[in-house]
Each structure stands twice: as structure tokens, then as C-alpha cells.
Design a protein around this ligand. Structure first.
Ligand code: NAD
Length: 296
């Protein structure tokens, strides 16, 4: 059976370390770090994610400046809110919870966030820094995956890494981070011919497609490290809803070297990296000592 990459417990360790760092430097600065999560509309999944993030803030000593706008809020109102948060000295990180309602231009909104407060690492400046290998705020989900790979002792240099999915949120920044770690990277997507042949070549397989249990054991190389980013709600034979990933967990766990569970794998690490980015930004803005690397 595969080693289970326990994101929940690693995320707790990262957050404990961040809490200690915040406790040590807050008295010098005179205020705690601040994170503003902006949510537009009432998507129930988004509301649950926002609650999770705000709870994590509470646990480690980050002040939440959550802002909830109605589903019909016009672009100008969301832009004005982001502008006011950009100028608010108590706010170190700003996150726009995605997806936003269809009438809004999400790209324009993301681009209006001050790059130094871009806790999600999705601003073009921060994505450009990642592309160039320069320091900057990194996208939370791929950054969390890199910590899981690091702590599991997975060798990346020279290995074949296949990423399923090419979104700006996960697939593309993931590819760049694995490339920076000297893996040989392939991105596969909905138009890839013979997907199974590509996935079977992977020493490290990252599935970020949003299709419940699409990746089956015959599509995975025995001994591969499998990272399941997908979060899909399905209804079981008992009529009850549950969350599954993009990977058929039981069958793939039987042949993989390591695998992340859903839930409890990538999701908690995404939140932990959001906390890390907020503290990084706080320390940068207050010119205090930066927090230690999440997983040395
Ligand atoms: P997205 O819809 O923006 O992108 C999905 C990608 O999958 C696309 O690039 C598409 O080309 C590819 N794809 C779709 N069907 C495919 C198929 N049959 N074969 C191969 N490729 C296919 O989604 P996203 O925002 O990147 O998120 C992907 C999944 O990860 C979703 O389930 C999302 O909920 C989840 N997610 C989880 C976290 C976390 O913290 N765990 C964070 C972000 C996203």
C-alpha cells in the first residue's frame, strides 16, 4: 500500500510554526497580520472554503477582514472594495474567492489586487516572478503540493512529472514549480491524445481536473507518487453526498508509492500556504524577520 501523504497533519505543523512566529514579532510591530477574504455571492462551496480560511486565521493569530458582497454586486463595487483594502495598512493579504458570478470580470479583479498583498499568488506580477524563478508570493495550492512532496522525501530532479489540468490556479504554476525543482514536466489536458499513455509515464502524477475518480489504476505507473487535487462532490449508493478526488483512491493506492487522500491531502495545505503567504507579506511590509520556510 502507498504511503499516505497526510496534508492535514502537515498543515497543522506549518500553522503551529507560523503562530509561534506571529507571537514573537507582533509585540514589535504593534498589530497582528491581517487577511481580507473577498467573497461575492452565495456559492455554498465557496462559503465553506471562506469559513475554513477564517478559522485558520483565528487559530494562528491573523486578523480576518472578510468582506461579503451580494451576488449582483457590480464590477465597480468589487473594484472599489479591493482598492480600499489595497490602501488599508492593517491588511497584509487580499484574496478574491473564486469563482465569482458570471457578470464579473475575474481577471480584472485579480489584477487590481496590490501584488505585495496578493496572498493567493495569482497576480500577473507574482506569476511572472514564478516564471522567472524570482522570489515572490507563490500560488497556494501548488506551493502546498511542493511541501507535501518535500516532506515525503520524493526525489524530483530528473523525474518525469505529469500534471493533468492547465488552469492558472493549479496546473500552470504547478508545472513551473516542478520545473524549478528540475523535474521533466508534461502538462496534459482535455485535448491530450492518449491521456493514459502520458499518465503512465509519470513518476509524479498531479491530477487537477475536477472529474470524479477519472484516473484509474491502469493509468498510473506502479510506484508513482500521486497527488490528487480534485475536489468533487458525488452522491453514493446510500444517497449520501461525499467528497472524492480525481483519482480512484483505493485502486491507485494499492499500486502507488505515495498518494494524497481527499479530503485531508492537498486542501489543508492550500489553506496553510495562504497563511504562510499572509505572514510573508506582513513581515515584508513591516520589515521584520521573515517566517521560516514552511517545510525546511
Ligand atoms: P479548471 O476547471 O480551471 O481546470 C481543469 C483542467 O482540467 C483544464 O485545464 C482541463 O483542460 C483539464 N481537464 C478537464 N477534463 C479533462 C479530462 N477529461 N482529461 C484531462 N484533462 C481534463 O479547474 P481547477 O481550478 O484547476 O481545479 C481542478 C480541480 O482541483 C477541481 O476539482 C477543484 O475543485 C480542485 N481544486 C482543489 C484545490 C485544493 O486546495 N485541494 C484548489 C484548487 C482547485
Amino acid at each position: 500500500m502507498a504511503q499516505i501523504l497526510d496534508g492535514k497533519s502537515l498543515a497543522q505543523q506549518v500553522q503551529t510554526q507560523l503562530k509561534q512566529h506571529i507571537t514573537a514579532i507582533t509585540p514589535t510591530v504593534g498589530r497582528s497580520p491581517g487577511l481580507a477574504v473577498v467573497m461575492v455571492g452565495d456559492n455554498p462551496a465557496s462559503a465553506a472554503y471562506v469559513r475554513n480560511k477564517e478559522r485558520a486565521c483565528d487559530r494562528i493569530g491573523i486578523t480576518s477582514f472578510g468582506r461579503h458582497l451580494p451576488a449582483d454586486a457590480p464590477q465597480s463595487e468589487v473594484l472599489n472594495l479591493i482598492e480600499s483594502l489595497n490602501g488599508d495598512p492593517r491588511v497584509d493579504g487580499i484574496l478574491l474567492q473564486l469563482p465569482v458570478p458570471d457578470h464579473l470580470d475575474a481577471v480584472a479583479l485579480l489584477n487590481s489586487i496590490d501584488p505585495d498583498k496578493d496572498a493567493d499568488g495569482l497576480h500577473p506580477i507574482n506569476l511572472g516572478r514564478l516564471l522567472r524563478g524570482e522570489p515572490g508570493l507563490r500560488s497556494c495550492t501548488p506551493l502546498g503540493i511542493m511541501q507535501l512532496l518535500k516532506t515525503s522525501g520524493t526525489e524530483l530532479a530528473g523525474k518525469s512529472a505529469v500534471i493533468l489540468g492547465r488552469s492558472i490556479l493549479v496546473g500552470k504554476p504547478m508545472a513551473l514549480m516542478l520545473l524549478e525543482a528540475n523535474a521533466t514536466v508534461t502538462i496534459a489536458h482535455s485535448r491530450t491524445a492518449d491521456l493514459a499513455a502520458v499518465t503512465r509515464s509519470a513518476d509524479i502524477l498531479v491530477a487537477a481536473i475536477g472529474r470524479p475518480e477519472l484516473i484509474t489504476a491502469d493509468q498510473v505507473k506502479p510506484g508513482a507518487v500521486v497527488i490528487d487535487v480534485g475536489i468533487n462532490r458525488v452522491v453514493g449508493a446510500d444517497g449520501k453526498g461525499r467528497l472524492v478526488g480525481d483519482v480512484a483512491y483505493d485502486a491507485v493506492a494499492a499500486i502507488a508509492a505515495a498518494i494524497t487522500p481527499v479530503p485531508g491531502g492537498v486542501g489543508p495545505m492550500t489553506v496553510a500556504m495562504l497563511m504562510h503567504n499572509t505572514v510573508l507579506s506582513y513581515c515584508g511590509r513591516t520589515q521584520t524577520q521573515l517566517p521560516p520556510a514552511p517545510c525546511p
